[in-house]
Design a protein around this ligand. Structure first.
Ligand SMILES: *Cc1c(COP(=O)(O)O)cnc(C)c1O
Length: 385
């Protein structure tokens, strides 16, 4: 019988690791660069940690199991994962990417990959007709859903149909909902990306990234890449992410509950013009998100009436830090226009709705009354100045 996701967060596919005779419940950190060979032509399954390390392998098994892929590869950061994955393409290839993506991904595509001969069309995959942008050189569609930071929901099944019909790969960055709420490979995607730094690790204490696939061919090419480019995740960081994943279901549920309470508060708070959260009934993404995921997550973007108010909030919260990143135990407030999306050209940023009045909040797992009280005092003090 297929094990439930909370069980798989702890044990992965359930295969016991055979190499440790101590009975250690916490998977050991194999802090080694190299491995002795028993004899010429024989090995233990490990030869050098750039290729593979037992702690990293255990983590990769757990993540592959959660995403229902056949293979997952752990990299030193989300960007290292995406950079290695982009080596699947060659000069001349064209990729359709959603216009609203994590700023670092846009920076990679527009500066590094473009220099190496790839071309991109940045379009709104939640609204535009994707088929119209496919050329004979198109090789892939790259999306996030919900998108960072504007929370647009893209229909994964529809993108998969378009990709299949045109022999393209569908690549989904699943960082925002994590496999606890959404499993793109089961909806037709070919490759899933994660910034493991965020919900999977979950404690704002280390960086990691993943590429997951259900294709043996892609898995083999990625295995060649990870051993060649050398950006695999280190043993201790692998252990931190393994430990983080054990509580993924508890954290996702609690953070979502906090997010829903914060959304409700923001919707009635003076100075807030618009709240972007896929769990608000009647918003464009609500029904699609409900059909393709089991939750709405804990990321909220909201626009306030002026950039002065936005900056006042960032300066005035007493509990909630003003910091980049998301998906951890700590609630964080981010200012996308000067932080995560600062390198996205201004006109593109404004086109996506990322003005200097927009704030992004990642709900953590604190007591919701404390979070709401902090946001309330930060906003109300603006009008008492
Ligand atoms: C943070 C993030 C990344 C990049 O991951 P790092 O671990 O910071 O390198 C990629 N995609 C999304 C959606 C992210 O939030």
């Amino acid at each position: 019988m297929e094990k439930g996701i909370a069980t798989r967060c702890i044990y992965g596919d359930g295969k016991k690791f055979g190499g440790d005779r101590t009975g250690a419940i916490s998977f050991p950190i194999y802090q080694t660069a190299t491995y002795a060979h028993p004899a010429l032509g024989r090995d233990t399954g490990f030869s050098y940690s750039r290729l593979q390390n037992p702690t990293r392998q255990q983590l990769e098994n757990v993540v592959a199991s959660l995403e229902e892929g056949i293979d997952a590869l752990a990299f030193s950061s989300g960007m290292a994962a995406i950079t290695a994955m982009m080596e699947l393409f060659r000069p001349g290839d064209h990729i359709i990417v959603d216009a609203d993506l994590y700023g670092g991904s846009i920076r990679l595509f527009d500066n590094i990959n473009t220099k190496n001969g790839l071309t991109f069309s940045h379009i709104d995959c939640s609204k535009e007709k994707v088929e119209d942008y496919i050329t004979e050189n198109t090789r892939a569609i790259y999306i996030e859903t919900p998108t960072n930071p504007m929370m647009n929901v893209v229909d994964i099944r529809r993108m998969a149909q378009i990709a299949k019909a045109n022999h393209l790969l569908l690549i989904v960055d699943n960082t925002f909902l994590s496999p606890y709420f959404q499993k793109p490979l089961t909806l037709g995607a070919d490759i899933v990306i994660h910034s493991g730094t965020k919900f999977l690790g979950g404690h704002n204490d280390t960086l990691a990234g993943f590429v997951v696939t259900n294709s043996t061919e892609i898995s083999e090419r990625l295995r060649f890449l990870i051993k060649t480019v050398g950006s695999g995740l280190a043993p201790f960081d692998s252990w931190l992410i393994l430990r983080g994943i054990k509580t993924l279901p508890l954290r996702m549920e609690k953070a979502q509950e906090n997010a829903q309470a914060i959304v409700e508060f923001l919707q009635h708070q003076k100075g807030v013009e618009k709240v972007y959260y896929p769990g608000i009934e009647g918003t464009p993404g609500y029904e699609i998100n409900r059909k393709q995921a089991t939750g709405f997550g804990s990321m909220i973007t909201f626009a306030v009436e002026s950039s002065e108010l936005a900056q006042h909030i960032l300066a005035s919260t007493e509990l909630i830090p003003f910091a980049e990143s998301l998906g951890g135990t700590e609630t964080l407030l981010t200012y996308p226009c000067t932080q995560t999306h600062a390198d996205v050209p201004k006109e593109k940023r404004l086109q996506n709705g990322i003005t200097d009045c927009v704030l992004r909040l990642s709900a953590g797992i604190e007591d919701k009354k404390d979070l709401i009280a902090d946001l309330k005092q930060a906003m109300e003090s603006f009008y008492k100045r």
